[in-house]
Design a protein around this ligand. Structure first.
Ligand code: CTP
Length: 428
């Protein structure tokens, strides 16, 4: 393990926009056609950003607006962002057959209503069809064109029993009802009911289209470095950015798993839908994993855990001595989290599938094969640490008891999705 002496970590996180860019750069929605429907609500301003994000991710987007939505944002804005004329009326004369509701819904891979107002949800519930957007939702082929809605309303409206009843019934009817955000509302009140942010909606759409290899599985991931304090301002850590582990957590969540991510100090946003437990030291990480491992079906240890910690952490900052002699430090070994989990009864019986990582600087294959046996794991993923730390790309070697598979250079998220598919095969 490569260690560096650094100042204590202050984990700033990437903003949602950075995360959106990271996802969008993948062109995950290439070839997908989304009908983006806007009903009336102040959250229409976020739909503009969402439209742009969907297109950056490779989708084509056809915007359809209700009359109420046009009070909040113009069709011209959405037309400029989507590069297509916006539809607002069932009687649009551009449709030669006067069947905009059929034509628009047949070519879609997904109908996404964002924002979905309380009134629009009530209309969907009753199968009303008195304007183009609700009409096309009703007319869409349900088996092939899913309907996803992003509710947006005042907190009292959101919590009203009528709305909650509607949410439950819409879900029972097969509608994918997304959650809501919490915070300041346009009316001046504070609470639940805000529409999710554009980058959160984009993550939901991207996840929707991923294969559900791990549906019903529970995945525990460790990620990032650990930080072992020497005194109140300094410590031992390493150059792991946590990106590979976060990508695996995201890929597993997209694949339908319930994911818990135990993260050392890193500057990354939590992937949507992933439960995150932040830790600092190897001992903290070991304790967090101990508490969670019995609830997992898969354990993926990507964390670059410091092998050593200071035998004694100084309560005060270690000062330079007048004689300029270097302080003498002694260390004790940290727990080997992966080896401990892999030796547990559940792992040995096959109830918990363990995956290790090896970040090496040289002789990757030989070191990784030896490490797989030493750690006692069925699958070990090798990569060259110095070449990948902090990067968005990587290349991996997957090593099990009878094969070595090379995954060539790709984004960490693309590699994570391949690894998740490989893990899923081992579970069946
Ligand atoms: N690992 C762990 N706990 C540790 C050390 C490592 O869980 N105390 C896990 C890592 O998350 C990774 C695998 O073990 O999945 C290999 O980590 P690595 O640091 O490469 O291995 P070490 O055992 O520390 O070997 P070395 O530093 O000698 O290469």
């Amino acid at each position: 393990m490569v260690c560096a002496l650094v100042a204590a970590p202050g984990a700033t996180r990437l903003s949602g926009v950075d995360f959106e860019c990271y996802i969008a750069a993948m062109k995950d929605l290439m070839g997908r056609h989304v009908v983006l429907g806007l009903s009336g609500g102040i959250a229409c301003y976020k739909a503009a950003e969402l439209c742009r994000a969907l297109i950056k991710a490779g989708a084509t987007v056809q915007v359809v607006m209700t009359e109420a939505a046009e009070h909040f944002i113009t069709a011209t804005t959405l037309q400029a962002l989507s590069g297509r004329s916006v539809y607002t009326s069932q009687w649009d004369t551009r449709e030669a057959n006067s069947m905009a509701h059929i034509n628009l819904s047949r070519e879609a891979d997904l109908v996404l209503i964002a924002p979905a107002s309380a009134d629009f949800m009530a209309k969907l519930l009753h199968g009303r069809a008195d304007e183009l957007l609700s009409l096309l939702c009703l007319a869409r082929p349900r088996e092939t064109v899913p309907l996803m809605i992003a509710p947006a309303m005042n907190r009292e409206m959101w919590h009203h029993p009528a709305t909650q009843r509607n949410v439950a019934q819409l879900q029972a009817d097969g509608t994918l009802v997304l959650g809501v955000g919490e915070g300041d509302q346009a009316c001046g009140e504070v609470g639940d009911g805000r529409m999710l942010e554009p980058h959160e909606l984009l993550a939901e759409v991207v996840a929707h289209f991923q294969p559900k290899h791990l549906a019903g599985r529970r995945v525990l991931v460790t990620a990032g470095p650990t930080f072992e304090p020497l005194d109140p301002v300094r410590g031992l850590t390493n150059r792991s950015s946590g990106k590979m582990g976060f990508a695996i957590a995201q890929a597993a969540q997209e694949a339908g798993a319930a994911v818990t991510l135990v993260a050392g100090p890193v500057a990354l946003a939590t992937p949507r839908g992933v439960r995150r437990v932040d830790v600092t030291t190897a001992v903290d990480m070991d304790q967090a994993v101990s508490a969670l491992q019995d609830e997992a079906d898969v354990f993926v240890a990507t964390a670059a855990v410091a092998d050593w910690r200071a035998a004694q952490v100084s309560e005060e900052k270690i000062k330079k001595s007048p004689a300029a002699t270097a302080p003498s430090l002694s260390f004790v070994e940290n727990p080997d989290i992966l080896a401990r989990v892999a030796a547990s009864d559940r792992a040995r019986s096959g109830a918990l599938f363990c995956v290790g990582f090896a970040a090496e600087s040289h002789d990757l294959l030989a070191h990784a094969q030896a490490k797989r046996l030493r750690k006692g794991v069925p699958l070990l993923v090798g990569n060259l640490g110095p070449a990948t730390f902090g990067q968005d790309d990587n290349r991996l070697l997957l090593i099990d008891d009878h094969s070595v598979t090379e995954l060539p250079l790709a984004s960490k998220l693309a590699l994570a999705r391949q690894l998740v598919a490989r893990i899923a095969q081992s579970l069946t």
